[in-house]
Design a protein around this ligand. Structure first.
Ligand code: ZN
Ligand code: CU
Length: 480
């Protein structure tokens, strides 16, 4: 008889592949899954009875801004409590590393951290810091295009990069990938990168080809009236650079654009049918959240001010009411409230469901932990999909949902030996109650753990159990 650390018995095991669940036992030794099926020939230190529960691969949050959160709050309760065991950080063009920042930072950088917190000229010291003080969950990092721009051409952000600046950014990106980044992200809809040309991005993304499995993830140039052109540009960049491409938090924003996910998904389908590797992530809400900027206010059905530095008394109020009280335009109200963050109600339920149900859709939360009143997606995304969209709305099967949260993102981002319950894989696991799982985070009270997550293991260590973190900090920095 061989020894193992623990055996989980009685659970309905959903392995992440999208295939049907099975009632099997799972044995874990140190940080790996060592057996699946009848595990009676193992001598285990502990037996866990999981009758009535679902055992799934720990969730991979395909889109996060947790770069700093893992250093600041290493238990990462907002994620661990949802069953998330790995996060993809560095999204939307803004990564904490590589960047040593000085002076005031343009939006959306302040969402991620303060200037003094961007203290990593390369990825190596960031990685070392995480290694010296590990978090409860794993993290893989994308290098942000806006971070590269700010580090390389801080005085010329409103211009397209010239050949020299592109060369410098390519060098910095190459180093970031050598030091463990898994790809490049852009935020072409934001001030630090708006002026970047398609060519600039193609030349940078081209560097990814030198590294196996490196990916290009993009917050596209437009998610509203020009979303079709933006998808076309994204597909062009991916095709010209010949790299796997991921559209971040896919949506069709603004009341004008309700229904247009039919067109965007068709474009994506056509590219995929032609052999182009392209996928996307999505969060399960019809409101978005980011810096308060006039360009984002236009088109939204309504806007909630999440927090304003000069006017904290406006936190939690609707922008149009604030403007009415001040007898000024929405644009002027934005200006007076800035620096500020907002929640934009701007999407259609049908679009959201159509996007989520698409076979290429991964689940990503896109939450911003630094906000005092964050969007509820930060704490609620994964249980909301499982409870609201699967159990209550029957949008798709539980097996499909788990696939979108585990094996699919693990494959897209090429996270080795993760994302499925397979012998030899890391024991990143979540045990949940399929009958009760649900998010509790709301727009009014966003910082709330969910119901129904029983246990979470990260690299074989029990890290969340019955409503609380165990204190284990067994997360790793994931590289290709
Ligand atoms: Zn974004
Ligand atoms: Cu984002």
């Amino acid at each position: 008889m061989a020894n193992c650390d623990f055996i989980i018995s009685g659970a309905r095991v959903i392995d992440g592949s999208g295939g049907n669940s099975r009632h099997v036992e799972v044995a874990v030794e140190r940080e790996r899954i060592v057996d699946i099926g009848d595990c009676s020939h193992w001598r285990a230190d502990a037996h866990i009875d999981a009758s009535g529960m679902v055992l799934a691969p720990g969730f991979v949050d395909a889109h996060t801004h947790d770069d700093l959160e893992l250093l600041k709050s290493p238990l990462v309760t907002c994620k661990l409590s949802q069953g998330v065991t790995s996060v993809i950080a560095g999204n939307c063009g803004i990564s904490l590393a590589p960047l040593a920042a000085v002076g005031e930072m343009p939006p959306p950088f302040p969402l991620l951290g303060e200037t003094r917190e961007f203290q990593f000229p390369t990825v190596e010291p960031y990685r070392n810091k995480l290694k010296a003080s590990p978090a409860s969950i794993n993290l893989a990092l994308l290098a942000g295009h806006s971070s590269l721009r700010l580090g390389t051409m801080p005085d010329r952000l409103e211009q397209a990069a010239d050949a020299e600046a592109i060369g410098l950014m390519q060098e910095a990106l190459r180093l970031a990938l050598q030091q463990g980044c898994i790809g490049l992200s852009t935020g072409l809809d934001y001030p630090p990168a708006e002026a970047a040309s398609t060519d600039e991005v193609v030349q940078l993304a081209g560097v990814l080809r030198e590294f196996d499995d490196a990916v290009y993830a993009t917050h596209m140039r437009d998610e509203g009236d020009h979303v079709i052109e933006a998808v076309a540009e994204t597909l062009e960049i991916g095709a010209r650079a010949q790299v796997p491409t991921i559209i971040s938090h896919h949506k069709c924003a603004g009341t004008n654009n309700y229904g247009r996910s039919r067109e965007t998904l068709q474009m994506i389908d056509r590219a995929r049918a032609a052999g182009q590797p392209v996928g996307f992530d999505v969060y399960p809400y019809t409101a978005s959240s980011t810096s308060l900027l006039p360009q984002f206010v236009r088109g939204a059905a309504s806007v909630l001010v999440a927090e304003s530095e000069p006017h904290p008394e406006c936190n939690g109020r609707m922008l149009d009411r604030i403007a009415a009280d001040w007898r000024c335009s929405l644009d002027e109200a934005c200006e007076r409230l800035y620096p500020a963050a907002a929640i934009y109600f701007e999407m259609d339920d049908d679009d959201l469901e159509r996007i989520m149900a698409h076979p290429a859709a991964m689940i990503g939360s896109d939450g911003i932990a630094s906000m005092q009143t964050p969007h509820p997606r930060l704490w609620g995304t994964f249980p909301r999909v499982l409870g609201h969209y699967v159990r209550e709305k029957k949008l798709f099967q539980l097996e499909t949902a788990v696939h979108k949260m585990s094996a699919l993102p693990a494959r897209r981002f090429a996270l080795r030996d993760r994302g499925s319950i397979t012998i030899g894989n890391y024991a990143d696991l979540v045990l949940f109650d399929p009958d009760t799982i649900i998010d509790r985070a709301t727009f009014e009270q966003p910082k709330q753990t969910s119901t129904g997550i029983v246990s979470v293991w990260v690299n074989g260590k029990l890290s969340w159990h019955e409503g609380a973190a165990t204190g284990a900090r067994n997360g790793q920095f994931l590289t290709h």
